[in-house]
Design a binder for this molecule. Structure first.
Ligand code: HEM
Length: 396
């Protein structure tokens, strides 16, 4: 059985993914937790897998001794456990609510500017510690209208779980997450303001009932899952642009930064794997017979660098080079099909305004060390730099 998920994979997954993709089919791999799963890597197979109704994200279809993933406990698991009709209703309710109020770009610029201001005059700092880690608290605080006490709890959670020296894994901090989620929902119910949170609470998710499991399930993604991906995206973008000033200039001269954001999503693929899928019945995928109950991992990162689907030169490690003008960009970094990310209307403009603001302030922002020296979180489903020393005014 293949054992590919180590620290080196988090930093540079591309050589391994290229060879698995070239071999085609489904590969039996050991997961970091131990149990095995089927891994599929080609774009066409990954898209087909994400659309296949015989593969379910619902844990109740898992069987045998395959990898099951982290079982998100109820009531936070609604996106995994809802039956298809309820999931479709829930998704259609929230997609519209997870949008930004019109003037958010200006407000974001102001907030980001304020958080970066403390760094004026600092010659070199860790971008993860000083920017990527604290910034999502400020952004979420504004979007959801969180008072300082809740922002403090969120920041404390992030520090405890996502900082380089953090001990517990995010999955070990569910108690703290639940407390924050409950406090945030109560706040939303009390307020009549037009924050995103107020709109979500009033939108009729779960029939508007306070004890509904739908709103906590959504906030679990919005507050915690997104927190980590946003961090990974920001640090990954700065590292990537450091070695590609021409691409940075192309993004800054382009009218719509969101096009570059999509390409960064493709290139970095911060969520390497889609949620585990369990075979509801015996089936064949990518030419491989899969038994009912076995687990299939669709590798979004491998699909996003498949030369059968994307044009452009390849780097020596097998990654397909960044092209911030790529359009159309049918990447699967946000999933595809019935479980595709519901936050896309939010994350694109937020990331676009953060990147715009960051490089307006520091046009010469660059990593202070070589790519190969940057340590990566040895995640499995997610990847991002653990620390990233930068020089805001460029290399000497
Ligand atoms: C850069 C940021 C983000 C990335 C890369 C990302 C990525 C993804 C991916 C790949 C999936 C599909 C998983 C699968 O098919 O197994 C997903 C699902 C999901 N995302 Fe995101 N996401 C991001 C931000 C957000 C935000 C801001 C929200 C807001 C709540 C969100 C909420 C969700 C939810 C609720 C699902 C599950 C949908 C379902 O199962 O029906 N995500 N995300």
């Amino acid at each position: 059985m293949l054992n590919i998920f180590d620290e080196e994979f988090a930093r540079d997954p591309w050589p391994v993914l290229r060879s698995l993709r070239e071999a085609g089919g489904a590969h039996r791999v050991a997961t970091p937790d131990g149990p095995p799963a089927w891994l599929i890597t080609r774009y066409a197979d990954v898209r087909a897998g994400l659309l296949d109704e015989r593969l379910s994200v619902n844990l109740r279809y898992s069987g045998g001794s395959d990898y099951e993933g982290f079982a998100v406990p109820a009531p936070l698991d609604v996106f995994q456990s809802a039956e298809p009709a309820r999931l479709a209703r829930l998704r259609s309710l929230v997609v519209g609510e997870l949008r930004l109020a019109g003037d958010w770009a200006d407000r974001a610029a102001e907030l980001i500017g304020k958080s970066l201001a403390g760094l004026d005059g600092v010659e070199e700092f860790d971008f993860v510690e000083r920017v990527a880690l604290p910034l999502p608290t400020v952004i979420l605080g504004e979007l959801l209208g969180l008072p300082e006490s809740e922002q403090d709890s969120l920041a404390a959670w992030a520090q405890a779980t996502l900082a380089p020296d953090a001990r517990p894994r995010a999955r070990d901090t569910l108690g703290a997450m639940r407390q924050i989620i409950t406090a945030v929902i109560e706040r939303g119910r009390d307020g009549a303001d037009d924050t995103m949170l107020g709109r979500l609470v009033r939108s009729g998710i779960g029939g508007g009932a306070a004890d509904s499991d739908e709103l906590p399930g959504l906030l679990f993604y919005l507050l915690f899952v997104w927190y980590e991906v946003l961090m990974d995206m920001l640090a990954g973008a700065v590292l990537t642009f450091s070695a590609r000033p021409d691409q940075l200039a192309a993004m800054l001269s382009g009218a719509d930064h969101a096009v570059a954001v999509d390409e960064l999503l493709r290139y970095l693929s911060p969520q390497v794997l889609a949620a585990p899928r369990f075979a509801v019945t015996d089936l064949e995928i990518a030419g491989q017979r899969i038994e009912a109950g076995q687990t299939v991992l669709c590798c979004l990162a491998a699909a996003n660098h498949d030369p059968e689907r994307f044009t452009g030169p390849a780097e020596s490690n097998g990654a397909l080079e960044l092209d911030v003008r790529r359009s159309p960009n049918p990447h699967v970094a946000l999933g595809y099909g019935a479980h595709a990310c519901v936050g896309t209307g939010l994350l694109r403009p937020v990331l676009a305004s953060i990147l715009g603001e960051l490089y307006t302030r520091w046009p010469n922002l660059r990593a202070a060390i070589a790519d190969s020296a940057v340590p990566w979180r040895s995640g499995f489903r997610h990847r991002g730099p653990l620390t990233l020393p930068v020089r805001p005014h460029g290399a000497e």
